[in-house]
Design a protein around this ligand. Structure first.
Ligand SMILES: Nc1ncnc2c1ncn2[C@@H]1O[C@H](COP(=O)(O)OP(=O)(O)O)[C@@H](O)[C@H]1O
Ligand SMILES: [Mg+2]
Length: 232
């Protein structure tokens, strides 16, 4: 395998719920090579989103290690973790999560504001990214003026803003009709191939999952098996 970009060991997550402990992850060992496309599948509630949140540094594990770019994510300070997230990781969610009062371009620029990129450079990069996802003509549109597929394109452009090495996508086509979902999949596969972005994608679609190099099957907070995908 190529150089490891992401690795977990014995990853566990327990949610305390009204005195009952929900074991969302029960010891996940996984590794992802640089440039790889890995999909994660499994029944609703098996821990896929929890896994993605933890490897993306959005949530702390109860136990276990997570290495991203060799850095021990759970043991970094909040500030260091935020920095690692901003510099190395891009997120794409099922619900797009765009800021509704900002235009497409402003949404893409937003994380660059936090990273301290100067205004002119920000704008130029946002336009390049919107071009990359085929939405240059919608730069000044608000999210409400865009279709679901267009919103997801903006979200993907935003995820690329700080040139991440790793994209974590949680059911990125879950809210889209099948034709639009296929377009978004083409875009993600092309980013992985042409731009060499490592991609970890949760999906309910067996066809989409099969586009990856590897498919991780989860059940009840554990990895049941890992199979090869078609990577086509
Ligand atoms: N914030 C939370 N608080 C309590 N329980 C949670 C929380 N997030 C997830 N869970 C529980 O953890 C389990 C895994 O959830 P999740 O990771 O969202 O699964 P999936 O994404 O595979 O559908 C489920 O039983 C869910 O109810
Ligand atoms: Mg989920």
């Amino acid at each position: 395998m190529a150089e490891i970009i992401l690795q977990t060991r014995g990853l566990k997550k327990i949610f305390p719920m009204n005195g009952v402990a929900v074991q969302a992850l029960r010891g996940i060992d996984m590794q992802v090579g640089r440039g790889e496309f890995v999909s994660v599948v499994g029944p609703s509630g098996c821990g896929k989103s929890t896994l993605l949140s933890i490897v993306g540094g959005l949530m702390q594990p109860t136990e276990g290690t997570v290495l991203v770019e060799g850095q021990d994510l759970p043991h970094l300070s909040e500030r260091e973790r935020a920095l690692l997230r901003r510099e190395h990781i891009g997120f794409v969610f099922q619900s797009y999560d765009l800021l509704v009062d900002l235009t497409a371009a402003e949404n893409v620029e937003f994380s660059m504001v936090l990273a301290g990129v100067p205004r002119a450079e920000r704008r130029q990069r946002a336009m390049e990214l919107l071009e990359r996802v085929g939405l240059a003509d919608k730069a000044d549109f608000l999210p409400d003026e865009l279709s679901g597929g267009q919103k997801q394109r903006v979200a993907i452009a935003r995820s690329l803003a700080n040139r991440p090495n790793l994209i974590l996508a949680d059911e990125p086509t879950g809210n889209l009709d099948s034709a639009t979902a296929a377009e978004i999949m083409e875009l993600l596969v092309d980013l992985n191939r042409s731009d060499d972005v490592t991609l970890v994608m949760v999906t309910h679609s067996p066809e989409d999952a099969a586009r990856a190099h590897r498919i991780i099957h989860m059940r009840d907070g554990q990895i049941e098996e890992t199979r090869g995908g078609s990577n086509r």
